[in-house]
Write a protein that binds this ligand. Structure first.
Ligand SMILES: *Cc1c(COP(=O)(O)O)cnc(C)c1O
Length: 227
């Protein structure tokens, strides 16, 4: 089932890229395996998946230890400061950075580990009360502050769009995230340090790709519904 699902997701990604005049290589598929057992992850691995996303530190680290070593792991969930030390230097990318204390803790732990940690700023793109993330009008200032941290490399932005019945309803949010992204690239002089927009989940990744996503995070569409 997972293999078939992956084929379908892959076909959808290709179709969205084609509609947008983009190359398939511009979009990374992150297989979001939270709550799923190792057997399921291995099925995706055997089908060629090498990028996995998890949203809880303990689960992420546990799976990391059991899975093959050529996997790129992404921490996509809300990260608490006291858990930073378990993942810095072990994950490719931390997606959900939305406050300065967290960024400073990552910087501190990365220095200790002798690495520069790639991160994304989480943007509360629809200004929902229930969501984490920096408010859209505060992102630029936040970026300017934390990109000064020497052991943190801010690669770009991520957002979790609202849960909607029709993906079209989220298009404007993706357009808005793209605007903030371009604004930051302008500020940086387009030197390619900022190159990631992580947006789009099972319900809306095709629209997200049409609006410029470079990473999509797909869980249910690959592994089926979660319990
Ligand atoms: C769970 C999760 C996803 C995947 O959600 P699906 O709708 O199952 O594709 C993507 N991003 C984040 C941050 C998540 O927590």
């Amino acid at each position: 089932m997972i293999k078939e699902n992956l084929k379908e997701v892959e076909a959808n990604i290709c179709a969205a890229c084609e509609r947008a005049g983009r190359d398939r290589s511009e979009v990374t598929l992150i297989a979001v395996s939270k709550t799923k057992p190792i057997e399921d992850l291995m099925q995706a691995y055997d089908a060629g998946i090498r990028v996995f996303g998890e949203n809880k530190v303990q689960e992420l680290v546990g799976k990391m230890d059991q899975m093959p070593k050529d996997i790129h792991w992404h921490m996509i969930g809300h990260l608490q400061k006291n858990k930073v030390k378990y993942i810095v230097g072990r994950v490719d990318l931390i997606h959900g950075v939305d406050n300065e204390e967290l960024a400073q803790e990552i910087n501190k732990r990365a220095e200790k580990a002798g690495v520069v940690q790639d991160i994304l700023i989480e943007v509360n793109i629809a200004s929902e009360d229930t969501k984490f993330g920096v408010e859209p009008d505060k992102v630029k200032d936040f970026y300017v502050n934390i990109q000064k941290l020497p052991y943190v490399n801010v690669r770009g932005l991520m957002c979790i769009a609202p849960n909607v019945d029709l993906p079209e309803k989220n298009r404007q949010h993706f357009v808005n995230l793209h605007k903030i992204y371009v604004d930051i690239m302008d500020y940086m002089g387009h030197n390619n340090r900022v190159d990631v927009m992580s947006m789009g989940m099972t319900g809306d990744y095709q629209v997200a790709i049409e609006e410029g996503a470079t990473m999509v995070r797909v869980g249910t569409g690959i592994f089926g519904t979660r319990n």
